[in-house]
Design a protein around this ligand. Sequence first.
Ligand SMILES: [Zn+2]
Length: 423
Amino acid sequence: MAKIYFLDVTNRDGVQTANLGLSKLEKTMINMYLNEMGVFQSEFGFPTTRHESLYLQANLELADRGILQPIRLGGWIRAVVADVEKAFDLVPDIKHLNISISTSAQMLQGKFQGTKNREDVVNMMVDAVEAARAHGAESIGVNAEDASRTKIDFLVSFGLAAKEHGADRLRYCDTLGYDNAFTIYESAKILAENIGIPIELHCHGDLGMAAANSLAGAKGAIDGGQDAYINTTLNGIGERAGNADLIATALAVTKSKGFAKKYQLGKPIDLTKAWKVSKFASYAFRVPIPINHPGVGANAFAHGSGIHADGVLKDPENYELYSYDELGRGEPELVETGREICSGQYSGIKGFSHIMGQMEVSFEDDRQAEEILELARYANVEAQKPLVEDELLFIAKYPKIAKKLLTMRPLEKSVLDIIVPTA
Ligand SMILES: [Zn+2]
């Protein structure tokens, strides 16, 4: 029986969201957390974007050292041979890629302005897949952007061409959140049956159905005989109305009526990390978790009305579908209400040693403490907010990796250097 896997795109779709972004350390922490949760793959960034190069390399180094394992780290690029070349030039050790191109008539006309037809789209995708294979990519997903507005017979031939040239998965992108559970089920089933490779479901929430569509699409892929890879983001952060939320979708797959009996996860998701990870994503993105968010919202286990309170006290199953401790909630959390020493870009060694001492981190000597502090200052400069404990611990544990994350070299060979300033 085919299975369901989670492929999280927070570090790609999440960070390309208008008005939002993450520091390179925050992106790294998210990869670490996704790994802890059992997510199969993190789409960890854009290998053709120069300011991400050292971040991507540093995370691949963590994977190489067995720290970011077993999660796969995959990059997102356009289906353009030059982009494949650039990706392997800037990030030579990248092993997993998703290669994207628009497939719908709307995009061919509206985006490419009629300069490309279907044949061109297939050819560009095939050339990019072959180039990625030639560079030694271990796995390749091919993304059909705007798949839900693409004629299904063209999607099948697009997917067959991808498979024939060595792609491992087809990403069905409901780019505009246009599908409903019935239509995406049908499409995913037809694609799985006729192409014969695993199907990724990439769902957006413009009509409020991202998690439901992910579930239905996964069912379609599995009923068609193929594994399903559900794309998610933390707290559903993504373009416009966002993507399928990791926690909500994992809950839907495992807890909804009868679903998990037949449609199972290839790799279990450890939801006991949900509370910590969701709170981190909220802090990092500076976007509050809605109080009614499934599982991790402030009201997800709150009962006000007399009948509900009475019922849940008699037996929680009267009014709760799952328990708060399954989400990692219920532990007391310490909040400092008195004096607070923060780490910041202007921190000094005494305050910093105090903070690290509270976390039972000690340094070999003053020089080591100074160097770690310097990295923490730089991390603060990039994030523009105090670092959380796990970030400080990460810096203390992997200072060389942290240094790489914090290094950016814009325009190394720049024309700006040879422009003579005038007045
Ligand atoms: Zn998207």
